[in-house]
Ligand binder design. Structure first.
Ligand SMILES: Cc1cc2nc3c(=O)[nH]c(=O)nc-3n(C[C@H](O)[C@H](O)[C@H](O)COP(=O)(O)OP(=O)(O)OC[C@H]3O[C@@H](n4cnc5c(N)ncnc54)[C@H](O)[C@@H]3O)c2cc1C
Length: 352
């Protein structure tokens, strides 16, 4: 497909012989090659995973902004609510607004997740309190596969939606969304495919220190829900977060059971579990922003130039938590149900 917006090269080392490599880590030569090369390589990999998620987010934002601008200009069709009036820009149609809101909600939810994790990078590096540095490190460990995989998975279909909102122009390579799609697809593949990320989540991250680090992470979301569940303006949204958390905890119990009774269930469901985990965390983070934005909107009032920004933040969080987060309890139900038809069948079944 090709990354046309990127300076990517293929390097072939050693084709003419005389190729030299260096063992990395603490005195690997004195230590029969047993340094800390792998650990150091993973530091680099983990940062590259964050950057991959970040680049995916940038692609989604770019496609969204182009689709929005096109929707403001493209005149097509009349309003269902006022068919006798003239044709309007497509941004006024319900389905185009839905498409744009889906893009905006994902962008803001993914940003909320990634900015929280980037804050943890600063805390890990700079905070004077060892407990804060440790908590930041735990958060980074758990969320690195989410930050890599969730934006790069969702980006593919979100850019598809941006293409769709253009109509025929969207499909043509002269237009930006088609170009962004080809640049985008690699992000779910490199730096460890998203399946590999999902196995890192369910295999390693969920079980660090006997599972206690992951339990604390889930508990923090429960505490956030408990502290806000009576919020007047966002009661339905917090009810959704509470429902998603309860379902998610039941799903974790089912996964723990499968790891003892039928280990194939873990890779069978891990990718869906990663998506649901990301949606839960994104829902928690975007609601945090919504609480603040709702308060600020009331404080500044409708005449203030920031009023639309704050009310837009609340509406976007509402959309994400009411239209995306319900997937968490759908996935939980699917995992608990534990259908095995995909792995039970003979491979020949996949023939036509
Ligand atoms: C444009 C581009 C640039 C790249 N740049 C670099 C680079 O700079 N440096 C570098 O080192 N690499 C680079 N790569 C390689 C990239 O990291 C790999 O393509 C990627 O890790 C996937 O490995 P693979 O292609 O061997 O796929 P495979 O490992 O063959 O995987 C194929 C499919 O099988 C799945 N799969 C694999 N193993 C399992 C398993 N055990 N269980 C279930 N499913 C499994 C995978 O998830 C995937 O969907 C680049 C690739 C591309 C396309």
């Amino acid at each position: 497909m090709g990354q046309h917006g990127s300076v990517t090269a293929s390097l072939a080392a050693g084709q003419n012989g005389h190729c030299r490599g260096w063992l990395l880590g603490k005195d690997p030569l004195k230590n029969e090659g047993k340094g800390e090369g792998m650990t150091q390589m993973f530091q680099m990999m983990n940062m590259a995973r964050m950057q991959t998620g970040h680049m995916s987010l940038s692609c989604i934002v770019n496609a969204f902004a182009n689709a929005r601008d096109n929707a403001k200009e493209r005149i097509q069709g009349r309003l269902m609510t006022n068919p006798k009036a003239g044709r309007v820009a497509i941004i006024n149609h319900e389905n185009t607004k839905r498409t744009l809101m889906m893009g905006k909600a994902h962008i803001e939810a993914i940003r909320a997740m990634m900015y929280r994790v980037y804050l943890a990078f600063d805390q890990r590096h700079r905070d004077p309190e060892p407990a804060v540095r440790k908590a930041a490190n735990d958060l980074i460990e758990i969320t690195t596969p989410l930050c890599k995989a969730y934006p790069s998975d969702e980006g593919w279909w979100l850019i598809g939606e941006a293409i769709q909102s253009y109509g025929g122009y969207g499909y043509c390579s002269e237009y930006p969304c088609a170009q962004i799609a080809t640049d985008m697809k690699i992000y779910s593949i490199w730096e460890g495919t998203n399946f590999i990320q999902s196995m890192d989540l369910v295999g390693r991250k969920m079980n660090m220190k006997g599972g206690s680090i992951f339990s604390d992470w889930v508990q923090e979301m429960v505490d956030f829900y408990e502290a806000n569940k009576d919020h007047e303006a966002l009661s339905k949204e917090f009810a959704n977060l509470g429902k998603a958390l309860a379902a998610y905890k039941n799903m974790l119990k089912a996964l723990a059971g499968y790891s003892k009774t039928n280990v194939s269930m873990i890779p069978l469901y891990s990718h869906r579990v990663l998506t649901a985990t990301s949606q839960l965390f994104c829902g928690r983070q975007i609601l945090d922003q919504a609480v603040l934005a709702e308060k600020r909107a009331k404080e500044v009032g409708p005449d203030h130039f920031d009023y639309t920004f704050y009310t837009g933040k609340v509406a976007t969080a509402r959309y994400y938590v009411r239209n995306v987060v319900p997937n968490v309890w759908a996935v939980a139900e699917i995992v608990i149900d534990g259908d095995t038809s995909a792995i039970d069948v003979e491979i020949d079944v996949f023939e036509d």
